[in-house]
Design a protein around this ligand. Structure first.
Ligand code: G3H
Ligand code: 13P
Ligand code: ZN
Length: 316
């Protein structure tokens, strides 16, 4: 069942975080739904601009609608990840999305406010909520690379002013994470002091943590043992998910880790069976492995086991 992102946030706020997982194809969708059903967790499906281009935005929509039929017990929202203004309007007008993210965080504050405000106005007219971003994460997004030195943490006072001026419904904050597999050089930790200050200024307001993959060492080691060359990778400490949730982070974005599971499964499969060329056997393994991974993340986020209570609170 597709619900609004606001309904998920209301149930989760201050207690646990909803896992927001990116999908690009049917195998990822199957693994995601299976993992969320087995762990009894609500979730958010995120679709990036890159994903909408990869096959076709309509294909992704059809995959999600079908998954909803195959797994009628699932409760989830559909969200545009890192949208520009034009893509936000396309998603808002499609009638399919629960929420959109307008990411104008690379623009100066006033321009970010101006763009976000326009998207909020259009989205609210159609009952969608809007995630905006303030501050700059390091790392790589689809077509934007932010060098470590240019990343900047969200300023709590600015965050309060930004939400007031834009009317956005949730805020992606930069608190030390970055996109991709190379998040920290040296000390691995979130800036809980900054997060606490943001929550103090924005009580009961849903915050979002991007760049939250944990980049598991055993996963990377297995990839490298099967021919990969991923060096100096480091992710978020999974033990920091729940403490962040208690400070108002209601949505935790995880994409890179799923790509690592895919890479490990396929590299090992073809290393061990070099004469194989049917993509379905490794695809099948990937679905099961991704489902296990998703379930394990939902446990760490505290969303595992919340499905029945959420259903009751929604009166369904
Ligand atoms: O933040 C970016 C997400 O991981 C999506 O990545 O733009 O390559 O689909 P993508
Ligand atoms: P990761 O690269 O850490 O998985 O972050 C994903 C993300 O923030 C998607 O918006
Ligand atoms: Zn992101």
């Amino acid at each position: 069942m597709i619900v609004t992102t606001a309904q998920l946030f209301k149930h989760a706020y201050g207690k646990y975080a909803i896992g927001a997982y990116n999908i690009n194809n049917a195998e990822q969708a199957m693994g995601l739904f299976k993992g969320c059903i087995s762990s009894k967790a609500p979730f958010i499906i995120q679709i990036s601009k890159g994903a909408r281009k990869y096959t076709d935005k309509k294909m992704l929509e059809a995959i999600i609608r079908s998954a909803d039929e195959i797994f009628p017990e699932a409760i989830f929202a559909v969200h545009l990840d890192h949208g520009d203004e034009e893509t936000c309007y396309d998603c808002i007008n499609s009638g399919f999305y629960s929420s959109v993210m307008i990411d104008a965080s690379h623009d100066p504050f006033a321009k970010n406010v101006e763009i976000t405000k326009r998207v909020v106005e259009a989205a609210h007219k159609k009952g969608l909520s809007v995630e905006a971003e303030l501050g700059m994460l390091g790392g790589v997004e689809e077509d934007i690379k932010v060098e470590e030195g240019h990343a900047c943490l969200t300023d709590p006072a600015e965050a309060q002013e930004f939400v007031k001026q834009t009317g956005c419904d949730s805020l992606a904050c930069a608190i030390g994470t970055s996109h991709g597999a190379f998040k920290f050089k040296g000390k691995q930790s979130l800036h809980f002091d900054v997060l606490k200050k943001i929550q103090d200024r924005l009580p009961n307001f849903p915050l979002v943590m991007h760049g939250s993959s944990s980049v598991p060492k055993d996963e990377v080691d297995r990839i490298n043992a099967a021919g990969g060359q991923i060096k100096d990778s480091m992710g978020v400490d999974v033990n920091e998910y729940l403490p962040a949730a208690k400070l108002g982070v209601t949505k935790i974005n995880i994409d890179t880790d799923g790509r690592l599971v895919w890479t490990r499964v396929h590299r090992e499969f073809f290393r061990d069976k070099p004469a194989e060329f049917d993509f379905r056997p490794p695809g099948k393994i990937f679905i099961e492995e991704y489902a296990k991974f998703i379930a394990s993340r939902n446990v760490l986020l505290g969303s595992a086991g919340q499905l029945d209570d959420l259903r009751k609170s929604l009166g369904k």
